[in-house]
Design a binder for this molecule. Structure first.
Ligand code: BEZ
Length: 325
């Protein structure tokens, strides 16, 4: 199944409207700042779309949560108030439990395998839930790399993490992981994290190299454990109302353009992840503990899987997929 066959799924839940060929500037929301790779690829998507549509289509980006947090943007997509968004898979898990499997702890141990999971058939199947559950079409996945832990205080054992107020991206599957090692999860949007660290509201964060560099979180949480404990996906979404109102030809043109920039985003993260860690090693005052694997957290993988296997069969399917890599 690819995004082209999602046309039928959208029509099946009543979003199909008469297709009218017209010029269109699509409004696209993101929580990330202009410097982020996602935003750079959205700018490139605008160029691609203008080129392939002979100027009929363009994209205007609303970065840094200008339109609200990701939950708000998802609602706007559902009503058709927003045309497109690049949202975290974490946000989509709040409506699509199958997507929680993409956040299984230690599902993959390197970013190349994360890319392979996001490009796999089981991952694409999960996108079929989106029209009904969210009123959106998930055209493709990308990512913002693997997640690491950053703390104010140095950590030498899992016991040190117990009771820490850990900022997490709001998503039940992520919350489960942090609760299971005894932390106090503090869900908040990306846009609030720097200030929450600076004013002492939180003790630690769950974050990727790209965002750690962009926001310089190490200024207030200078201890980084390189855990790669889950991959952090993105879904390129189009409002099903918008999608249903376009001709098949235009959907192909737009879908292909979005797919191109999802692929470029994934490739950039795979190529640049190791270099980002090296940049962080050079940052003043940062204390890095390498290679913190699942054993650091005891039997958390088994416990997390047992809990989430009750919500979705995709935990087992993705573990099986990865076992074959
Ligand atoms: C976050 O919520 O941590 C996040 C969201 C989007 C991109 C990167 C990080």
């Amino acid at each position: 199944m690819n995004w082209k066959t999602l046309v039928a799924a959208v029509a099946g839940v009543g979003f199909a409207l008469p297709a009218v060929a017209q010029d269109r500037e699509f409004r696209l929301g993101l929580i990330t700042p202009p410097v982020h790779v996602w935003n750079q690829e959205v700018a490139a998507l605008n160029d691609t779309l203008q080129e392939v549509s002979d100027g009929r289509f363009s994209v205007v980006a609303f970065p840094s949560g200008q339109l609200g947090n990701e939950a708000t943007m998802l609602q706007q997509l559902q009503t058709g108030a927003l045309d497109m968004a690049w949202l975290t898979t974490a946000e989509v898990t709040t409506r699509v439990p199958n997507m929680a499997a993409l956040h299984a702890p230690f599902l993959v141990d390197n970013i190349a395998d994360a890319a392979a999971v996001l490009r796999s058939e089981p991952a694409r199947e999960i996108l079929e839930d989106l029209p009904r559950a969210t009123g959106t079409v998930g055209v493709c996945y990308a990512m913002t790399g693997m997640r690491q832990l950053m703390t104010r205080q140095p950590v030498s054992s899992a016991a040190d993490l117990s009771g820490m107020r850990f900022r997490i991206t709001p998503a039940p599957a992520i919350r489960t992981f942090f609760e299971m090692f005894g932390a106090a999860p503090a869900p908040m949007p990306l846009t609030q994290v720097y200030d929450a660290l600076a004013n002492g509201q939180i003790d630690a964060i769950d974050m990727d190299f790209e965002s750690i560099i962009n926001f310089r979180y190490y200024e207030h949480a200078p201890n980084m454990m390189v855990t790669n404990h889950h991959m952090f996906g993105m879904v390129a979404l189009v409002s099903a109302r918008v999608w249903g109102g376009m001709s098949e030809e235009d959907r192909t043109l737009i879908g292909d353009a979005i797919q191109l920039h999802c692929d470029r985003t994934i490739d950039r993260f795979v190529d640049e992840e190791a270099g980002k860690l090296e940049r962080l090693r050079e940052a003043a005052g940062i204390n890095i503990t390498d290679d913190v694997g699942p054993e650091f957290f005891g039997d958390i993988v088994e416990r997390w899987d047992a809990h989430w296997a009750e919500q979705t069969p995709y935990v087992a399917r993705l573990r099986e997929l990865v076992a074959g890599f």
